[in-house]
Write a protein that binds this ligand. Structure first.
Ligand code: G3P
Ligand code: CA
Length: 264
C-alpha cells in the first residue's frame, strides 16, 4: 500500500481499481477514477489508446460502441474504431449513460486529464497500453506525455505511484528502452523459464487470477519481480490470491478488497 501520509493499514498488498472503480461507475471515466481514489485504492488502472489526430485517450475496447453512444452520434462511421475518430469528435460522445443515468454525459478522458487529476491524490496510476500494435510509436508518446508534467515522473517513481503495463511484451520492452525509470508490468503468464530474462527489464508479472498458483508467485519473486493479478471481484477469490502471496490485486470493487484486507 502506498499511502501519501501515515502508514497504510495493510502494508504489502497494493489495491488497484480496475479501469477506475468500474463496478460502481462507468469504466475509464474520471468518475470511476475518482471513486477508485475515494475508496482508498493504491493505484488506479486505465487503458490508453490514440485518437485519429494523435491524442492519448482512455478507452478499453478498440471500438467505441460498447462504452459510448457513438453509433447514435456518428451512425455512418462503422466499425467505430477508436483510432478513426478525432479527439474533438470523441468529445461529443457520452461515455456514462450506458452504465447509469446518474453518469450521463461523462466524457472520454485523455491520459493527460487523468494524470493531472490524480497526480496530487494519494493514489498512483497503473497505465495499460492497450493494443499498441494499432498505434505505432505510442510508447514514445506515452513517455513524452508523462515526462511533460513538471516534477511528476520523478516523484511518482520515487513514491511507487506509476507503473506502465501491457499484454504486448515487445511494446513494453520498447517503452522500457525509452523510459527506464518507470516500472513495467507484463500482463499474462510467462513460462517460469522466461522469468530470469524478463526480470532484466520488467518489474511486474500481472496474470489472470485463474492462471497461476503459489509456486508461480514464488518463482516470480525469486526472479526479483512482483505479481499483480487481475480481475478479482469476489471475496473468496480475493482470499485465494492473497493466500498465494501476490503483491497487488486489480479489482472492479476496491471497496470490497479493502474490506477483505482489513479482516485478514
Ligand atoms: O489490469 C489488468 C486488466 O486491465 C487487463 O485486462 O481487458 O481489463 O484490460 P483488461
Ligand atoms: Ca486494462
Amino acid at each position: 500500500a502506498l499511502a501519501a501520509a501515515g502508514p497504510p493499514e495493510h502494508v504489502g498488498v497494493a489495491t488497484i481499481a480496475h479501469r477506475g472503480a468500474m463496478g460502481h461507475a462507468p469504466e475509464n471515466t474520471m468518475a470511476a477514477f475518482e471513486l477508485g481514489v475515494e475508496m482508498g485504492s493504491d493505484l488506479v488502472e486505465a487503458d490508453v489508446q490514440r485518437s485519429k489526430d494523435g491524442v492519448l485517450v482512455l478507452v478499453h475496447d478498440t471500438t467505441l460502441t460498447r462504452t459510448t453512444d457513438v453509433e447514435e452520434v456518428f451512425p455512418d462511421r462503422a466499425p467505430w474504431r477508436v483510432g478513426d475518430f478525432t479527439y474533438a469528435e470523441m468529445q461529443r460522445l457520452d461515455a456514462g449513460s450506458w452504465f447509469s443515468e446518474e453518469h450521463a454525459g461523462e466524457p472520454v478522458p485523455t491520459m493527460a486529464d487523468m494524470v493531472q487529476r490524480l497526480r496530487r491524490s494519494r493514489a498512483g496510476i497503473l497505465m495499460e497500453v492497450k493494443s499498441p500494435a494499432l498505434y505505432p510509436g505510442i510508447e514514445q508518446q506515452v513517455a513524452d506525455e508523462l515526462a511533460g508534467f513538471p516534477g511528476y515522473l520523478t516523484s511518482a517513481v520515487r513514491s511507487k505511484r506509476l507503473v506502465v503495463q501491457s499484454f504486448d511484451w515487445a511494446s513494453m520492452a520498447r517503452y522500457h528502452e525509452i523510459q527506464p525509470s518507470v516500472p513495467v508490468g507484463l500482463l499474462g503468464r510467462p513460462a517460469e523459464q522466461l522469468l530470469p530474462e524478463l526480470s532484466t527489464w520488467a518489474d511486474q508479472i500481472n496474470p489472470s487470477f485463474r492462471s497461476f498458483d503459489a509456486a508461480y508467485v514464488d518463482a516470480v519473486h525469486d526472479a526479483g519481480m512482483e505479481v499483480h493479478t487481475y480481475t478479482v471481484n469476489e471475496r473468496a477469490d480475493m482470499h485465494l490470491v492473497l493466500d498465494r502471496g501476490v503483491d497487488g490485486v486489480i479489482t472492479n470493487v476496491p471497496d470490497v478488497l479493502e474490506d477483505v484486507l482489513a479482516e485478514r
